[in-house]
Write a protein of this length. Sequence first.
Length: 254
Amino acid sequence: MLWIPLARFGRAQTVREVLSQVASRYPILECRGSDAAPAARILLGCGKPEQLLPAVEAALDRITAETALLADALDAREDIPPGATMRTAAHAARFARAVGFPPEQAWRFQQAALWRGVGKLLLDNDLLLKKNLLTYDEWLKIRTYPALGADLLIRRGLADAVIAETVRHHTENYDGTGYPNGLEGPAIPLEARALRVVDVFCAMTSPRHYRSVHASVPDGLEYLRLHRSSQFDLDLVDRFLAAAADITREWPEI
């Protein structure tokens, strides 16, 4: 299941109103035809219209809890303090608002932020957790994790093509020096270019096993500014910097 930020859906009198309010915020339920409401009640295990809203909220709470647990497990696998992946996803959600992504695009962008490191599950512990300098062959193997993750998500049915390709290309650099495919400029999917900004900022400003200290938020923002048009899309960095006061608020304060 995928993590979705929670919200209450206001006052609703009918199943159709509940479904409409949910769908207006999150693309998780598609209302198609007159059978949508009865089908939704069956899937959620409730038989009466007035029970649908609590069931939807309970389902969202459960999905969020399950995904937070998985995110913390991914962090632990890489010897990163719990909460780092969820922090990145929260920053991504705010950045999506700053960029102006419509709801469905913003949702996919946030899912890609959550799943961006899943390919590291397929790497050996000795390689992933090595504290000394990597050999050239080890360095090349580490760089396979975005493609491994994208392929894994597709194979397991956990992501559509947009999410998977964002995961695959989120380590590409705007000047073509990134990986796994060395894409350059607009050839890199927009969501991947945006995730590159968020991911690097969050990695710089949170603890990692391979360094003794991490950057402050101002230092992280300065790094983004200095590497516009080389590592990062200039316009996206400018948007991140302009909205930094909102984007960089620490999770779970959303």
